[in-house]
Design a protein around this ligand. Structure first.
Ligand SMILES: CC(=O)N[C@H]1[C@@H](OP(=O)(O)OP(=O)(O)OC[C@H]2O[C@@H](n3ccc(=O)[nH]c3=O)[C@H](O)[C@@H]2O)O[C@H](CO)[C@@H](O)[C@@H]1O[C@H](C)C(=O)N[C@@H](C)C(=O)N[C@H](CCC(=O)O)C(=O)O
Ligand SMILES: Nc1ncnc2c1ncn2[C@@H]1O[C@H](COP(=O)(O)OP(=O)(O)OP(=O)(O)O)[C@@H](O)[C@H]1O
Ligand SMILES: N[C@H](CCC[C@H](N)C(=O)O)C(=O)O
Ligand SMILES: [Mg+2]
Length: 487
């Protein structure tokens, strides 16, 4: 039990009815989970409004209700607190409830359209190798040093974040790296957290269903930097045209990285091969297994972060060369007949273009590139035609297919992708709704030495349709099919 007034510390209250000196069992923002003596926080969401469920939570035994407007009828035994913003209140309350765990470790946030999982997972690996106890909150998984936990979000809700940070405190974790998505920032899931630093990777087309305009999407990302303290660091990629925007209003110490422009941290690509690339960072040569110019940015970002967090530069470079690729990011397998199958989480136009550019620059002869790709349902529809055309333009053959249709019709999503394909590429494309069948067809079409790219789902081990997730693993399937075809 915790006192309501302690949980509310730092929350801007606009009205209170009842006592705040009451005991609270736990914080809840979903009426369906409220138990006796809980405090319920009403949130205005995208589908419904938590305020509609206030009567129901009171019946279920809630001791207190936090809301943006006090209800017309109030019960004497319940405390009602009015706040300006439910999401913000929830985030601050969650931090207080779990003892402000972000203050007891060095928390670094990574934001940007692409590269968040890669950068945060590599930082986790790097700091582990350097001998520290490390935490990770990422799209793929949550790690408390060596213990792994599943996750459904890139940036979980404030209660989940703070619960895991508290567990990290208990486990003696010193550094934690976390992905900060634009949905997370917009829904204030990370407010109330104390960041040691923040990293910006890049900004390109995504989530314009949710943020409506690119400017709004950019400004949402920028908020992470606006909220940093004076002692924190703000590290940005200034080869990206929005890199400097992130630093405009931050109080933090500002640092830049770049491959093309003058910056505090610079890298050069000396060699690029299928099994790795040679980089020059800080006058030192460094071999990394991660390929593609986008990964040169990722490696530079982690080198700079390690330096800003006080690791020795030479030791960092040595450890970076040992880092392994992240699951589902350019994960490849070479078959008996030298067909290369690559699984990559490219689910945005920019990521798809980068991956195909990398593949095309590594081609040594006249091998064909066969791409299997789809676009997610209930997500930004305007990505679909653009991704359809990028795939067709940069591959010899494309199979358009499904990627988590969610509540949409898979065939209609594919039709929207097809609509973007320019006429000169029409003969390259095939559409197969069933993703397994699409992968099988790509494998059947592949000749010796060809390259198959299966894009969009990366590490995911499911396909989601109408709220139901069935087991589905791109890498496992493509490997099995090629082996069974004896190719
Ligand atoms: C669009 C979106 O982001 N939605 C998130 C949001 O839910 P919502 O706004 O739809 O909530 P709602 O259903 O309208 O309900 C409003 C409030 O009423 C409450 N409620 C609802 C029903 C009821 O009977 N009783 C009740 O109390 C709900 O608990 C909620 O507090 O708040 C929920 C709780 O935090 C999230 O789980 C949910 O994520 C949904 C499932 C989702 O798919 N989000 C994706 C888009 C997302 O967040 N992705 C980013 C990654 C993007 C990227 O990296 O590219 C992420 O960080 O994971
Ligand atoms: N720095 C980068 N710049 C551009 N593209 C990148 C970069 N790093 C990775 N990518 C591409 O984007 C894909 C997704 O990378 P990653 O999972 O690291 O991004 P993310 O930002 O975590 O994505 P999400 O928003 O889904 O969490 C990769 O599979 C790769 O194709
Ligand atoms: N974080 C991204 C992941 C997209 C991955 C893709 N496979 C899909 O399901 O659309 C999102 O939630 O939009
Ligand atoms: Mg991610």
């Amino acid at each position: 039990m915790k006192l309501l007034k302690d949980i509310l510390y730092g929350v801007h209250l606009t009205a209170v009815s009842g006592t705040t000196s009451c005991d609270i069992a736990s914080i809840c923002f979903d009426s369906r989970q409220v138990k006796k003596n809980d405090v319920f926080v009403a949130i205005k969401g995208t589908l419904t409004d938590g305020h509609k469920y206030i009567d129901a939570v009171v019946k279920a035994g809630a001791r207190a209700v936090i809301c943006e407007e006090l209800p017309d009828t109030m019960q004497d035994e319940v405390t009602y607190v009015e706040v300006e913003n439910g999401n913000q209140a929830l985030a601050v309350m969650a931090s207080n409830y779990y003892g402000n765990p972000s203050k007891n470790l060095k928390l670094v946030g990574v934001t940007g359209t692409n590269g968040k999982t890669t950068v945060s997972s590599l930082l986790y690996q790097l700091f582990k190798k350097a001998g520290y106890k490390v935490g990770l909150l990422s799209t793929i998984k949550i790690m408390i040093d060596d213990a792994e936990y599943p996750t459904k979000h890139t940036t979980p809700d404030a209660l989940v974040i703070n619960k895991y940070l508290e567990m990290m405190n208990e486990a003696g974790v010193e550094y934690c790296f976390m992905e900060v998505s634009s949905h997370g920032i917009h829904q204030k899931r990370t407010e109330g957290l104390v960041f040691e630093g923040a990293i910006f990777t890049n900004l390109s087309h995504d989530h314009l269903d949710y943020h409506k305009t690119f400017a709004e999407y950019r400004d949402t990302k920028k908020k992470l930097f606006d909220q940093l303290s004076k002692s924190a660091f703000a590290l940005t990629n200034i080869d990206d045209k929005n890199g400097l925007v992130m630093l405009q209003n931050t109080k933090a110490r500002k640092f830049t990285y770049a491959l093309k422009n003058y910056a505090d941290y610079r890298a050069q690509i000396l060699e690029n091969q299928f099994d790795g690339q040679l980089l020059k960072i800080d006058e030192h040569e460094l071999w990394t297994k991660l390929i593609g110019h986008f990964n040169a940015y990722n490696m530079l970002a982690i080198f700079a972060t390690a330096d800003l967090l006080g690791l020795q530069k030479l030791e960092t470079l040595r450890l970076i060369s040992e880092l392994d690729n992240v699951d589902g990011r350019f994960q490849y397998f070479i078959s008996k007949n030298r067909i290369t199958a690559i699984v990559d989480y490219a689910h945005t136009p920019d990521a798809l273009k980068n991956v195909l550019e990398t593949i095309n620059t590594l081609r040594t002869g006249n091998e064909n590139v066969i791409t299997v790709v789809g676009c997610g349902g209930d997500r930004d529809r305007s990505k679909r035609p653009v991704m359809g055309n990028i795939a067709a333009d940069m591959s010899n053959k494309v199979i358009l297919t499904s990627d988590n249709p969610r509540t949409e019709s898979p065939a209609e999503i594919i039709a929207e992708m097809e609509a973007g394909v320019e006429p000169q590429h029409f003969k390259k494309i095939l559409s197969i709704v069933n993703r397994e069948q699409a992968i099988k067809t790509a494998c059947q079409l592949a000749n010796d030495n060809d390259i198959i790219l299966v894009a969009g789902k990366g590490h995911e081990t499911y396909q989601e349709t109408n709220g139901v997730r069935v087991d589905f693993d791109d890498f496992k399937i493509v490997k099995e099919v090629l082996n069974n075809l004896d190719k």
